[in-house]
Design a protein around this ligand. Structure first.
Ligand SMILES: *Cc1c(COP(=O)(O)O)cnc(C)c1O
Length: 230
């Protein structure tokens, strides 16, 4: 064990403690919350200590970066589960299906059609979350809240995709509680159990509102200098 291993184990332990405390105080009973460790922008050497510490579920937002980083790490840790949490272009769908285990950013019919084709070709059926543009923001990806139920139904019935939940990134700079509540309500209407909501700054609130998946980057890996597209 070197220093980075000790720091990673400690940081992971702290997040687990905060998750357990939030779950105990506010969370819906018996809800299991999965920690998706968002390793975007961090090199394999920075990720490895978290694997050694037992973390197995990770999130990446770019196909190319995941392709550069994960195949080697996966060889050592085949049980890894990689979530795509960034926007996906249809021309990258084949690579995404090859690299990822869960797609969290399904947000349009064209993508659903191409993903369904690529999954069939690869003989894989990846669980997908539908990304909802919960704040109705021009610059953000995601299906409009009002269109979500119909989109989920189409993904299932027409495209044959395994929709397991909804995902959102609420607007910056305003309290996210109302957005998390809105997403939880939509999930109920859509008949999906998964709720991917809550990041470093607000995952406890996410858990209180029923998150099944939280996506935590900087609170685990440290400061991430570069802003990223959403
Ligand atoms: C970067 C990112 C995160 C993690 O953000 P932190 O604030 O560092 O925890 C979560 N979700 C998505 C979609 C991201 O792009």
């Amino acid at each position: 064990m070197d220093d980075s291993d000790i720091l990673a184990a400690r940081s992971l332990g702290e997040i687990h403690e905060r998750m357990a405390a939030a779950q105990k105080r506010f969370g819906p009973p018996a809800n299991h919350v999965e920690l998706v460790a968002v390793s975007k922008t961090f090199a394999a050497e920075a990720v490895l200590p978290f694997l050694k510490a037992g973390q197995r579920v990770f999130g990446e937002n770019r196909v190319q970066e995941a392709k550069d980083k994960w195949p080697a790490l996966r060889e050592a840790y085949p049980e890894v589960q990689l979530h795509l949490i960034g926007p996906l272009q249809t021309n990258k769908a084949r690579e995404a299906v090859a690299l990822f285990d869960v797609i969290e950013t399904l947000d349009r019919d064209k993508l659903a059609i191409v993903l369904a084709e690529e999954m069939a070709r690869a003989g894989k059926r990846l669980p997908c979350f539908v990304q909802v543009n919960i704040g109705g923001e021009e610059q953000k990806s995601g299906i409009a809240p009002a269109e979500t139920a119909a989109f989920v139904a189409r993904c299932r019935a027409e495209h044959g995709i395994d929709i397991v939940g909804l995902m959102c990134i609420p607007p910056d700079g305003v309290p996210p509680g109302a957005y998390f509540a809105h997403l939880a309500g939509l999930a109920e209407i859509c008949g999906v159990a998964g709720l991917s909501m809550g990041m470093s700054g607000d995952f406890e609130l996410g858990i209180a509102m029923g998150a099944t998946h939280i996506r935590v980057g900087s609170a685990l890996f440290g400061y991430r200098p570069k802003a990223d597209p959403r």
